[in-house]
Design a protein. Structure first.
Length: 364
């Protein structure tokens, strides 16, 4: 197979071609891979056939392969994609009112171990390469015939993994996705969601091309967050909020805080008031997500009335939205990505984790 062209910058492609090729060849290949989204070397017909053949000996385009596709009744599509080493990763496409959000993974599994998240049960298998991150977007755009340059497409890193624990690859992928000569998704239409890896937030803030920042808050006190998100032991909530206050927002940018509501755990009016106090000095909006349930997750989803009441409290201080669950019936919703598989027409009830034996998970 060899290295994949997807994930390479122009200079990387030039290096693969070697010094004997004219400089414009690398640009032709770059354009074919990222702009025209040609799925195989044979399809790059604007370069000589001999070169195509020679290239095929050392490299491939490197799109992920479709293992399985799941279609939700609400229009959400979940792809289970196979990587070159046979590992599988998930990408979700959510169409809504003519707009599309592509939700990509940045790691296979996740090491962060949030107590309400199904991905956490996998542990971390490995980081995705730059090419595997970009490849998910190219795959989804090809399959759905989407034009990434259109203002109607957004990308969020809310699939499997903690993007700030794979930051170099995520940043290189962001540059490739944002390049107007390539894929052409504006950095304003990309959002990176993190559990709060404080030093990496600072590093992200220094990157010239970077997605918008969303922080998964999920708790209203230091202690509560430690219970729900053990990462808080290492990166305290107070330090996380300090990093958010110091974060260099661009003029068009606001921070987003995500908050998963767990019935009877972090969903009271008192929690909402504490959240408002925590975020008081920040230019931000808040997205509420009622827990998406899953096997092995022992928390419960609050009633819609509770979610609404929580939102009402926060609305006095910030724009606050309730995120509609998408693709619940196909295990595509937030926190549900664990490579559930089953017949292509199986509902949630028919889906089982690919690996056997899900240990029941107790609220900490
Ligand atoms: N690791 C990153 C991005 C992937 S998780 C992060 O944690 O931010 C994407 C979002 O899904 C996060 O906001 C997370 O808090 C939320 N989430 C995790 N498990 C969930 C669940 N079971 N129900 C609803 N949202 C969940
Ligand atoms: Fe990892 Fe995000 Fe899930 Fe936490 S919520 S375990 S950081 S994917």
């Amino acid at each position: 197979m060899g290295p994949s062209l997807i994930g390479m910058e122009l200079a990387d492609i030039a290096a693969v071609l070697g010094p004997d090729e004219p400089a414009y060849r690398a640009r032709q290949i770059y354009e074919a891979v990222y702009r025209r989204r040609v799925p195989s070397l044979a399809g790059i017909t604007n370069i000589p056939r001999d070169l195509r053949r020679r290239l095929a000996e050392t490299a491939s385009v490197g799109l992920p392969e479709l293992q399985q596709r799941y279609d939700s009744a609400d229009g959400t599509i979940r792809y289970l994609l196979r990587l070159q080493d046979g590992l599988m990763v998930e990408t979700v496409v959510m169409p809504e009112d003519g707009r599309y959000t592509i939700c990509i993974s940045t790691q296979v599994g996740c090491a962060v171990d949030c107590k309400f998240c199904l991905t956490a049960l996998m542990g971390l298998e490995r980081n995705l390469t730059t090419g595997e991150i970009v490849g998910q977007v190219l795959f989804a755009a090809l399959d759905q015939r989407l034009d990434p340059e259109s203002a109607k497409l957004n990308i969020v890193t809310m699939g499997q993994g903690e993007p700030l624990l794979n930051l170099p690859n995520v940043l290189k992928a962001t540059r490739l996705l944002a390049d107007p000569a390539g894929v052409g998704v504006s950095q304003r239409r990309m959002t990176l969601s993190t559990s709060g890896i404080v030093p990496r937030i600072e590093e992200l803030g220094r990157a010239p091309t970077r997605p918008k920042l969303a922080v998964s808050l999920n708790a209203s006190t230091e202690e509560q967050r430690r219970q729900l998100m053990p990462v808080t032991r290492k990166y305290r909530l107070s330090d996380l909020l300090e990093a958010c206050r110091a974060y260099p927002l661009r003029p068009w940018e606001k921070l987003t805080f995500e908050y998963v509501l767990l019935r009877g755990v972090n969903d009271s009016d008192a929690d909402a008031r504490r959240v408002a106090r925590l975020l008081a000095r920040l230019n931000c909006k808040v997205n509420l997500i009622a827990l998406n349930p899953g096997p092995g997750i022992l928390f419960e989803t609050p009633e819609p009335e509770r979610v609404h009441a929580f939102q009402q409290v926060l609305r006095r201080s910030f724009p606050c939205f309730v995120r509609k669950p998408r693709g619940l019936d196909i295990y595509a919703a937030c926190g549900q990505l664990k490579r559930m598989s089953g017949g292509s027409d199986a509902g949630a009830a028919g889906l089982v984790p690919l690996e056997a034996g899900v240990a029941p998970r107790h609220p900490a």
